[in-house]
Design a protein around this ligand. Structure first.
Ligand code: ADP
Ligand code: MG
Length: 279
């Protein structure tokens, strides 16, 4: 029975629409993010791109409630400041760019931490929590090292385990800061496809930063190009990933061609040889 048939009300949008309004973050008196606004609908994927130091991680950290900011972060139109900490921890899962992992903890114990916001006061994880954690490890091709200590993982394995912890939270919004920077091309594809499946089937909303511009254009519905804390361009990949914009903002020489899937492929070009005669 549809919501319409049941109550005579039109169906509500699925939860998880995220909006950032006029966000400003000042660190050590430096305005690192300056009046940024952007929004992603429930089930959508917005990716921040931009050169090192543009403010991408800081914006994600602000959305996760980890740095003080001016402006607002809205979930389904409501200011997240009105949420209680536990509620916020259930709704948002954050994967930092450089996670600090307790070296002696096992992978399994660590992924179970993703269930913490669901446990009662002083509660210990139950069978359902263990099942959710195991399923998350499985989806990230990490089940075989469940019993291993975190100190004994490669960079790519660590990255998958941290993602598994985020999935175990079963949050509405995934905040991913360069989730694939340590992964080989196969695992990168696997992780990005997995996240894409979660948002398509499960309505999960994704705000990410992605280093790889081609991958950003392949997976996100919309890109926001940050430059010195401000929005330099925003829109679908074809509008943002242009050789001219990337050339200006990154000070890089690239060629942008249309790939077999119709999406832009960004390839670096060597700078033109210096033709000026010397001496
Ligand atoms: N705690 C801090 N204090 C002062 N400046 C900071 C701090 N953290 C980051 N920054 C500065 O903020 C800018 C943006 O950083 P960041 O958000 O990490 O950029 P990105 O993720 O785009 O590479 C950088 O210039 C960085 O040096
Ligand atoms: Mg960063």
């Amino acid at each position: 029975m549809t919501a319409l048939a049941r109550g005579g009300q039109p169906p509500r949008n699925p939860p998880g629409g995220l909006a950032v309004r006029e966000l400003t973050v000042t660190l050590d008196r430096n305005p690192v993010v300056r009046g940024v606004s952007c929004a992603v609908a429930a089930g959508g994927w917005l990716s921040l791109i931009g050169p090192n130091g543009a403010g991408k991680s800081t914006l994600i950290r602000a959305a996760a409630g980890l740095v003080p900011y001016q402006g607002a972060v809205l979930l389904d139109g409501a200011d997240v400041r009105s949420l209680r900490a536990r509620e916020r921890a259930r709704l948002f899962a954050y994967v930092p760019q450089e996670p600090v992992l307790p070296p002696d903890m096992t992978v399994e114990e660590y992924v179970l931490l993703g269930r913490t916001p669901h446990l009662g006061y002083l509660g210990s994880p139950g069978r359902h929590d263990r099942n959710v954690a195991a399923a998350a490890l499985d989806r990230l091709d990490a089940a075989r090292f469940a019993a291993r200590r975190l100190a004994r993982l490669s960079g790519g394995e660590r990255q998958r385990v941290v993602l598994a912890r985020a999935l175990a939270t079963e949050a509405s919004v995934l905040l991913l800061d360069e989730p694939t920077s340590m992964l080989d091309v196969g695992h990168q594809q696997q992780v990005l496809e997995l996240v894409d499946g979660l948002r398509r089937d499960g309505g999960l909303t994704v705000l990410s930063t992605l280093h790889d511009l081609t991958a950003a254009g392949q997976y996100a519905d919309e890109l926001v190009l940050l430059h010195e804390g401000q929005v330099a361009a925003a829109g679908p990949a074809a509008a943002v990933l242009t050789a001219a914009l990337i050339g200006t903002v990154y000070a890089a020489r690239v060629s942008v061609v249309t790939g077999a899937d119709g999406r832009p492929v960004v390839a670096p070009l060597r700078p033109r040889p210096d033709t000026g005669a010397r001496g």
